[in-house]
Design a protein around this ligand. Structure first.
Ligand code: KG4
Ligand code: ZN
Length: 333
């Protein structure tokens, strides 16, 4: 039996739709909302309104690209949590209405677990059990994945997410939002000569807010001595910030691998696009014998293909939602 799923993602500032047929990605349309750059970050109300404007054309484009009609869709997978509540409401309301009108089932998807499932879109794919470091603009966590439907979080950030650390330090350095990709680019032209302290957090949890503050104080002091300090040293500053964020992430991931004895290690989320983090993974593959898995960049940043991939596994397991499903900003509600 052929299973045709429509998947929709609207948890933050990307409106995305994808068609998944028998677990294979047949289309993946992502419409990023440019309007947030103007404000230096995502404005929730602006995001909700943009989702309302974009959701119908994005879904139609995904169906067209896959060459199928809405009448042929067997179920709709939708991001229910976590994310911006207003943005999630747009996707969830649209999916509920479409499912009701077409009389087909709904599948609710957790955005963070879906990021992990991006590792199952292309080859090679991780073997169970594996560890996944999921690093995005809103979340940072290490999970143990025992099966597609059995994911346990071992550690998470206690304050800012890794992507937020990139974006907030980038703002201090005068870079546009989202600063992560810009820091990545400039860091390649600089050296990590400034040593920012690594936080001492027990276990597998992360913290990034101290790093942001120490960079801010460091810059305030330097700019007093030389008003052009930032512009004269931007590449080295970017390399130093990136190097510290990557070392915070990698040290915890190495610890998780040691604690669990697992050498199958995956990355997921927007920050997995970072070249220094990808290089650090490759270095551990050599030095520690890890088997590493990193989705292609278009499946690292927010996309509906990963929602559909997770939705497909839930479909096969008969895990459906009903019309009482509500969007939630938090992961555990
Ligand atoms: O997963 P994602 O697309 O959206 C959320 O679910 O948050 O992640 C977006 C985050 C942003 O903070 C952005 O700055 C960061 O991913 N990012 C990067 C890179 N590309 C995107 N951070 C560092 N280096 C990159 N190359
Ligand atoms: Zn995300």
């Amino acid at each position: 039996m052929t299973v045709k799923l429509l998947a929709i993602e609207s948890s933050c500032d990307d409106t995305s739709a994808s068609v998944i047929i028998d677990g294979k990605v047949c289309s993946n349309i992502v419409s990023s909302q440019d309007e947030h750059a103007l404000w230096g970050g995502v404005v929730p109300e602006v995001a909700s309104r943009a989702h309302i404007r974009l959701i119908v054309p994005v879904v139609n484009k995904a169906l067209d690209k896959a060459g199928i009609n809405i009448q042929d869709i067997d179920a709709i997978a939708i991001t229910r949590a976590p994310g911006l509540l207003g943005s999630l409401h747009v996707g969830v309301s649209y999916a509920k209405a479409l499912a009701l009108a077409r009389n087909i089932p709904l599948i609710e998807v957790n955005h963070m677990d879906a990021h992990i499932m991006a590792n199952f879109i292309d080859e090679p794919q991780p073997n169970f059990p594996f560890l996944c470091l999921t690093v995005s603009g809103g979340h940072t966590q290490i999970s143990i994945v025992r099966s597609h439907l059995d994911v346990e979080v071992l550690g998470r950030t206690i304050d800012d997410a890794a992507g937020e650390a990139f974006d907030k330090t980038g703002k201090v350095l005068g870079l546009d939002y989202p600063a992560g990709p810009l820091i990545d680019k400039k860091a390649q032209l600089g050296q990590a000569i400034y040593k920012f302290t690594e936080p001492n957090i027990p276990g597998l949890d992360f913290s990034f807010s101290g790093l942001k503050t120490s960079i801010l104080y460091f810059l305030q002091k330097q700019v007093k001595l030389d008003p052009d300090f930032i512009s004269n040293n931007l590449n080295d500053l970017c390399a130093s910030v990136q190097s510290r964020i990557v070392s915070i992430l990698m040290n915890k991931l190495v610890r998780a691998a040691e604690m669990t004895g697992i050498k199958e290690i995956a990355l997921a989320g927007g920050v997995a696009a970072n070249s220094a983090l990808r290089d650090a993974m490759k270095a551990r593959q050599e030095s520690l014998g890890w088997n590493i898995y990193i989705p292609s960049i278009s499946y690292c940043t927010d996309n509906a293909a990963m929602i559909g991939k997770f939705g497909y596994y839930k479909y096969l397991a008969g895990q459906f939602a009903d019309q009482s499903m509500e969007a939630s900003a938090r992961v555990d509600e």
